[in-house]
Design a protein around this ligand. Structure first.
Ligand code: HEC
Length: 130
């Protein structure tokens, strides 16, 4: 095992560490991380933090500031979501009410472009721990 300290920068080391952790928990996720993260995550993550984290929490765990007042149901813990891409696309675009879910989940179709919503979906899939 060669020492990599002089070859890699700290952020490269961090990315490798992240990849190794993903690999340990779920190889699929690790490959998704290398194939999609560099292209789409920065946008998806930025949009998620500015538009969604106040309810869903920084890491999607359903513990944003507004979770204190939105109950029954609370903002979904997105790390445990099993919804497929199509469903995610629908509920994010049309909102909770249109999908017979909570009206507190806002519709984003007028606010965000399809490309932006796709970037968020990519990010949501990476946040999952199940
Ligand atoms: C004002 C609070 C609020 C904001 C802001 C918000 N959500 Fe939600 N969201 C909710 C609530 C409440 C639910 C739960 C709906 C239910 O279970 O009926 C939900 C549910 C969801 C679900 C369904 C998950 C599943 O597996 O069924 C997704 C996906 C989702 N939100 C994504 C987003 C995204 C992406 C954004 C930002 C673009 C966002 N939400 C912004 C409140 C919010």
């Amino acid at each position: 095992m060669p020492p990599w300290k002089d070859e890699l920068t700290w952020s490269e080391l961090e990315a490798v560490t992240q990849f190794t952790q993903f690999l340990y928990f779920s190889p699929d996720k690790a490959y998704q991380y290398i194939s999609s993260a560099p292209k789409t995550t920065p946008t998806g993550q930025k949009l998620f933090i500015t538009r969604c984290s106040m309810c869903h929490g920084r890491y999607g765990e359903g513990n944003g500031r507004l979770a204190k007042v939105i109950r029954n149901p609370p903002p979904y813990n997105l790390t445990k979501s099993t919804a497929n891409r199509d469903y995610l696309q629908q509920i994010i675009t049309r909102g909770g009410a249109a999908m017979n879910r909570s009206k507190h989940m806002p519709p984003w179709g007028k606010e965000l472009t399809e490309t932006e919503i796709n970037a968020i979906i990519q990010y949501l899939l990476i946040l999952r721990t199940n």
